[in-house]
Design a protein around this ligand. Structure first.
Ligand code: 13P
Length: 248
């Protein structure tokens, strides 16, 4: 099964609108002809980025969205608001949202349900902490995170999902998972998806790895059979280094 390679920048809480546009000016000409790239930017830069004139295929996404459609939810941003800007995808359940801001499996199920209903492409993030890995709970955690949001959905419901495996201990630490560790975890995710959705879906879904990906370790990671691309934090902030990653 050949799956498309997808490379996504997650800028997290970095770059003003002006800095985001400077990045685009430098990055867009570096992108290989025909190569796609995805950038998840802070809300404040989204309007400028989606209207940036670039001939390259750069898709702009948000890093989060509310599980509610509208209403009294101070500080939240709705799917309709994102859509009206022309945002093309959204990240759901990033580990910083889960662990720092307390997003639960229940909240994430509601967000996934909404993304499916609204037919927006989304990247659903999962991953275990160091403590969970060291105490032998990795598989259990991945199974819980995946099942709680995706169980009961069909392959057709999930045609716009990308899964991102981001072990919490590898995020921003400089200590990426070894290619073998990441590949094993991705393979396990496919096993779960085969059980709860379908074998065909499990084989066709794009699964990204995230956690200290850099140009230096990217080739070996991408060489693994179950790794279809990356969700990149720190190394996506610099146009040259993100271009090296997208042009692999
Ligand atoms: P780093 O690449 O900085 O480790 O971050 C990974 C990540 O969290 C991407 O979503």
């Amino acid at each position: 099964m050949t799956r498309k390679t997808v490379i996504v920048a997650n800028w997290k809480m970095n770059k003003t609108e002006k800095e985001a546009l400077l990045f685009m000016d430098e990055f867009a000409p570096l992108l290989k002809k025909g190569q796609e790239a995805y950038i998840a930017a802070p809300f404040t830069s989204l309007p400028a980025l989606v209207s940036h004139e670039t001939s390259a295929s750069i898709f702009i996404g948000a890093q989060n969205m509310s599980q509610h459609k509208n209403g009294a939810f101070t500080g939240e941003v709705s799917i309709k608001m994102l859509r009206s800007l022309g945002v093309q995808f959204v990240i759901l359940g990033h580990s910083e949202r889960r662990h720092i801001f307390g997003e639960t499996d229940e909240m994430l199920k509601a967000k996934v349900d909404l993304a499916v209903d609204e037919d927006i492409p989304f990247i659903f993030c999962i991953g275990e902490t160091l403590e969970q890995r060291e105490s032998g709970q990795m598989e259990q955690v991945l199974r819980r995170q995946i099942s709680s949001a995706l169980k009961g959905k069909s392959g057709a419901d999930l045609k716009k999902i990308i899964l991102a495996y981001e072990p919490v201990w590898a995020i921003g630490t400089g200590k990426a998972a070894t290619p073998q560790m990441a590949d094993e975890a991705h393979n396990y995710c496919r096993t779960i998806l085969s059980e709860i959705v379908s074998k065909n879906f499990a084989e066709s879904i794009t699964i990204l790895y995230g956690g200290s990906v850099k140009p230096e370790n990217s080739k070996e990671l991408l060489g693994q059979s179950h790794i279809d691309g990356f969700l990149v934090g720190g190394a996506s902030l610099d146009p040259q280094s993100f271009a090296k990653l997208t042009n692999l």
